[in-house]
Design a protein around this ligand. Structure first.
Ligand SMILES: NC(=O)c1ccc[n+]([C@@H]2O[C@H](COP(=O)([O-])OP(=O)(O)OC[C@H]3O[C@@H](n4cnc5c(N)ncnc54)[C@H](O)[C@@H]3O)[C@@H](O)[C@H]2O)c1
Length: 335
């Protein structure tokens, strides 16, 4: 675990940490990439954290350092199955869902279930405890967006029967459930539409790999860097410390019920350029290898983050090259 980066998040959170201390927080998907960073900051700031995860894509090693903390509990459980808590809960953060595009093809039903049946179980817990509920939705709800940069007002351009539909439509359905619980039960709910996030603890192997972790691993081992399509498609990548700060601001801001907000970095880059930068920073001898573009892969993705700036007082701080250097350092040390 990177102490300095945890301290950096806490510093950047301003006065939010005082609101974290003493709160009971359930984090579903807490052993995953983003969930484990959230758990660590919360534990450090004196929250009582229950991390629930079935470990389908998360790793116990992500949370090992937290296991002996008195204010941390790990429960191995599938959130699509009922579970009850006797002790009071203040906040539920629902992150449980596989999130890599390769997983969309291999485990579409699990993904649909985590964001429909799973969110129902999680919302039921929130209702019983009158707890605040934060849902990690995604930029994928916009599909192949025709409005760039994409604001929260944009309603989406999604193929309901396409290869990515298990994720896109499940997240859209998840958002609908969240809003329904606010309307019908008056629950305090918040939705984060997360744009591509990267950094330490991201997995690179097999179906878990995402573009940056895959490129970094390939570059470090001088293997071909595999680009889908001609690499002219763009993405905007947010470094993990910025993402975690945004999510925690959203979870702990007062009077934030009903907020739906993009959290991502608006520095846009083509995939080919990204591959070149990673090759340069790793001093790799890798060649570029081009593969067919998967169906429904969005051509451009860039968030409009005006709302996050206004409502959360949040701006991404880590520039892409800096974040890539930190990520490359992590993957080098892991080898
Ligand atoms: N990382 C990103 O760039 C990104 C972008 C958009 C949205 N998100 C969303 O953020 C959340 C976390 O993503 P991540 O990148 O940390 O992915 P991740 O795969 O590392 O973490 C997801 C965690 O959820 C767990 N999980 C999955 N299904 C479960 C179930 N049924 N019951 C209990 N646990 C379950 C996994 O084991 C894993 O630990 C996801 O909901 C994802 O859709 C992430």
């Amino acid at each position: 675990m990177n102490r300095e980066e945890i301290e950096e998040i806490i510093r950047n959170l301003g006065d939010i940490p005082t609101r974290i201390e003493g709160k009971s927080v359930l984090v579903t998907g807490g052993a995953g990439f983003l969930g484990s960073w959230i758990c660590e900051v919360l534990v450090e700031q004196g929250a009582k954290v229950i991390c629930l995860d079935n470990l389908v894509s998360g790793l116990k090693s992500n949370i090992y350092p937290l296991m002996d903390k008195a204010n941390f509990t790990f429960i191995q459980h599938d959130i699509t199955q009922p579970i009850f808590f006797d002790e009071p809960l203040d906040i539920i953060m629902h992150l449980a869902s596989r999130a890599s595009p390769f997983e969309f093809e291999k485990y579409p039903i699990q993904i649909l279930k985590a964001n429909t049946l799973g969110i129902l179980v999680a919302l039921g817990i929130a209702k019983k405890h009158k707890a605040r509920f934060l849902y990690t939705s995604t930029s994928e709800v916009y599909g192949a967006a025709t409005e760039i940069p994409t604001s929260e007002e944009y309603r989406g351009n999604v193929n309901p029967i396409g290869q990515r539909s298990c994720y896109d439509e499940a997240k859209r359905c998840g958002e609908s459930y969240v809003i329904a619980y606010k309307m019908e039960h008056g629950l305090d709910v918040r939705i984060a539409r997360i744009f591509n996030t990267y950094g330490p603890r991201m997995r690179a192997e097999g179906v878990y790999g995402r573009v940056i972790s895959r490129f970094v691993e390939q570059a470090l081992s001088n293997k071909p860097i595999t680009i889908f399509g001609d690499g002219t498609q763009t993405r905007s990548f947010c470094y993990v410390t910025d993402q975690i700060e945004g999510l925690l601001r959203l979870a702990f801001v007062e009077d934030g019920s009903g907020t739906v907000v993009n959290i991502g970095n608006d520095e846009e880059i083509t995939i080919l350029e990204l591959a070149k930068v990673i090759k340069e920073l790793t001093k790799s001898k890798s060649e570029m290898e081009f593969h067919p573009l998967p169906k429904d892969d969005p051509q451009r993705r860039k968030p409009d983050i005006t709302k996050a700036k206004e409502i959360l007082g949040w701006v991404p701080k880590v520039r892409l090259r800096e974040g890539l250097e930190r990520t490359i350092r992590y993957f080098r040390e892991k080898k």
